[in-house]
Design a protein around this ligand. Structure first.
Ligand code: CAA
Length: 690
């Protein structure tokens, strides 16, 4: 038997122990080992299935997906558990996820550690439980609850798992000892597959489906998972299991699942920096300068993870207002049941307003989130330089400004870097960590560690205007803006990109962000940073007419009072016509395919330049930025993955097509695309020679 699976006989009980770190994924060696162990149960009166380490099985081994499956597969292993003559008890600690939970359901009984969690996160991988989960779960918890777990993808705690009937008992203390005591008291087999499926509450089911169709728009797995779960009530167990398998295989081999697997691994890889060996500094107290929306959100992100925070704003009224905003957000979270009132108060308590700069003397990490102007930022850094401990790390939350220029005026530029949060900072998962030319390895390692501790997905970027995300957005926004002047309506542009899978189109997004923000940015661009004035001509005129977007009820769209739904405005249509005429442009119908293609190629061409310049370490980091910071549809894997799927030769041909139509200023193919298209390469496998 493999070392990964061992057995131990204790009295009448056979313990099957699995040790496959880090998360006991159910790879081939595990499946084979468990099946062999089950064939050798002998006269044991009970069997315990136990995993060493921090967790019961965290699921199927995702690295095996998309390749031929070695036998025994997971279904075979679960069948062997059911066929075992002695009752089998799953001893569940840590996270029993996906195939891990399905394995537990193949056992006769399940006991779970009080801190344990169970769930079906497969939907995040573009699939659904494909090893009997859609058939066995309904027999314990019903159709609606199964579908809810399957489509939400979020794990539930041990107490809830027992309450709904998924597990039998919560255990305190050593899980194996508890399982052993439990085993002594059971004599009978109790196969889940033999239980009846309870009648389904249709209105509950409709609610679950409505939510999933909204939050997981465009994901094929929603429809297929629903079909599989509903089959539990319609077909025999065997027929429904076969249906589940067929639907699962269709998804797992498809492009959406490949894209989502790509993001799963990319989000783990992005925290790793080649050649970075420094240890992070330990972090206790966090300082935040600036109590606006961004500073408040950053303070909350740290407080939520248990850090004590000092929040300061040079404007006392802004500090008071900021603290009130934070308090209201916590109160609202408690009111919605997202946390208890006591927890909300604790978190609020961790954020202490500071009276002056001296509060930062005790901080280990200080993040500034003040007005986006280099002179304002530099004066903040001068203050911090004089009060911060020499070993404190200082970060700027700038989204565009030059970190090296900010660091240049300070005593020790090695401790300075960018930590670019996305709004709302307490919610959005992405954190761009910007490494300046002087930033020390220790400062970088500390920022990466902080990101992990506040549960963000970090991506390291080099210094350039807009870093990875906002720099690429330029090409996307430019093409969207030009399509409007050339003939598409703002609604057509937004609809095309929404249907591609973006959460909202760029015109509605500009209104939401505030047209005045882009207007001010364009007027303070550094020399050498170019942009296409025609693409923002409409935006500029609107700001000059005091139409700033949602905030004052009118922008590219108009908004009825108290309603955020964008309404088309004939005045804007006239304005677009005027601008086109002034520039001698004859407007024409533009298809949604062209809108999407131009916007995507704008992103991809800039992404290729970012990669070649070393601003991003790897193409998958760019995908992580777009999926987590800009709402790029996860089932398309991010812009660089999408480009690889399109084929870089095709992408190059289309860029050249637009180059011949619109000239070279914006449509010169990035040299890396030319190189890879010529050699048949891909972004995902390209490595910079260094
Ligand atoms: N297969 C292969 N590798 C996995 C894995 C899996 N199911 N789950 C985690 N890993 C790997 C990660 O890639 C990571 O590898 P590196 O250290 O090389 O980067 C390592 O295990 C540790 O993972 P995390 O960094 O994510 O560790 P964590 O402690 O933060 O989180 C976890 C642990 C909650 C289990 C998290 O890893 C996770 O959510 N894993 C995925 C769970 C999942 O999706 N399960 C369902 C699989 S699909 C399935 O089971 C289908 C089916 O029905 C047959």
């Amino acid at each position: 038997m493999s070392e990964i699976v061992t057995t131990e006989r204790r009295g009448d009980c056979l313990i099957i122990k699995v040790n496959n770190p880090p998360v006991n994924a159910l790879g081939f060696a595990v499946r084979e080992g468990v099946v062999k162990a089950l064939a050798d149960v002998g006269d044991a009166k009970s069997v315990i299935l136990h995993c060493e380490g921090r967790t019961f099985f965290a699921g199927a081994d995702i690295t095996e997906f998309g390749k031929p499956m070695q036998s025994p597969n997971l279904l075979d292993m679960i069948e062997a558990l059911e066929a075992c003559p002695a009752p089998v008890i799953a001893a569940m600690q840590g996270t029993s996820l996906g195939g891990g939970l399905e394995t537990a359901l193949g056992c006769d009984y399940r006991i779970i550690d009080r801190k344990g969690r169970v769930g079906y996160p497969e939907i995040e991988l573009g699939i659904f439980p494909g090893a009997g989960g859609t058939q066995r779960s309904p027999r314990l918890i019903g159709i609606s609850e199964t579908l809810k777990m399957t489509l939400d993808g979020k794990p539930i705690g041990a107490a809830k798992a027992v309450e709904i009937g998924l597990c039998d008992e919560v255990a305190d203390g050593d899980i194996l000892e508890n399982a052993f005591a439990f085993a002594a008291a059971v004599t009978d087999k109790r196969r889940v597959k033999d239980l009846p499926v309870p009648a389904c509450d249709k209105s509950e089911l409709d609610g679950v489906l409505a939510r999933a169709n909204k939050t997981r728009r465009g994901q094929l797995a929603v429809e297929k998972a629903t079909e599989a779960v509903l089959a539990a009530a319609e077909l025999s167990f065997e027929d429904a299991l076969k249906k589940e398998r067929d639907l699962f295989m269709e998804l797992v081999g498809g492009s959406q699942a490949a894209a989502m697997r790509h993001l799963f691994f990319s989000e783990r890889l992005s925290a790793k920096v080649d050649g970075l060996a420094a240890a992070p500094k330990s972090l206790g107290l966090i300082g935040v300068v600036g109590a606006g929306t961004m500073g408040g959100g950053i303070a909350m992100a740290f407080a939520n993870a248990g850090f004590a925070v000092r929040l300061f704003d040079a404007n006392a009224d802004a500090l008071k207002a900021g603290r009130e905003r934070i308090e209201n957000l916590y109160k609202a979270s408690a009111a919605k049941g997202r946390m208890s009132e006591a927890e909300a108060l604790d978190r609020l308590d961790r954020i202490q307003p500071a009276d002056d700069w001296s509060a930062f003397a005790a901080c280990d990490l200080i993040i500034e989130a003040v007005f986006e102007r280099i002179d304002v930022k530099r004066s903040v850094f001068t203050e911090l330089d004089s009060v911060a401990r020499p070993d404190a790390i200082i970060a700027t939350n700038t989204s565009y400004l030059d970190i090296d220029e900010i660091a240049a005026g300070t005593k020790d530029p090695t401790r300075i870097l960018g930590m670019h949060f996305f709004s709302p900072a307490n919610v959005m998962r992405l954190l761009e960590i910007v490494r300046g030319k002087e930033t020390s390895d220790e400062a970088l390692a500390t920022a990466l560690d902080a990101a992990k501790r506040i549960r963000k997905v970090p991506v390291v970027s080099g210094v350039c205007h807009g870093f990875i995300g906002n720099r690429m957005l330029k090409g996307y926004g430019r093409e969207a803006g030009l399509c409007v002047i050339e003939g598409a309506t703002p609604q057509e542009v937004d609809k095309a990109l929404y249907e591609f899978g973006m959460p909202m189109g760029p015109m509605a997004m500009a209104d939401l962000a505030g047209l005045d923000i882009g207007y001010d940015n364009r007027r303070s661009l550094k020399a050498g940073v170019d942009y296409e004035p025609l693409a923002s001509a409409l935006h500029d005129r609107l700001v000059e007419m005091d139409r700033k977007g949602q905030k004052n009820g009118a922008g590219i769209y108009r908004y009825d009072k108290g309603n955020r739904t964008p309404q088309p405005d004939p005045l804007v249509d006239d304005l677009i016509e005027d601008i086109a005429k002034e520039h001698g442009i004859e407007r024409r119908a533009i298809s949604s395919d062209e809108i999407v293609e131009r916007c995507m190629l704008g992103l991809i061409n800039e992404g290729a330049a970012i990669l070649a310049e070393g601003i991003a370490q790897r193409s998958s980091d760019i995908d992580v930025v777009y999926a987590n910071g800009y709402g790029f549809p996860r089932y398309r894997g991010g812009p660089m993955f999408y480009a690889d799927e399109l084929g870089l030769d095709h992408a190059l041909a289309r860029i050249e097509h637009y180059q011949s139509k619109y000239g070279s200023k914006w449509w010169t193919p990035a040299p890396l695309i030319v190189e890879l298209a010529t050699s048949g390469g891909k972004f995902s496998t390209w490595k910079r020679d260094s």
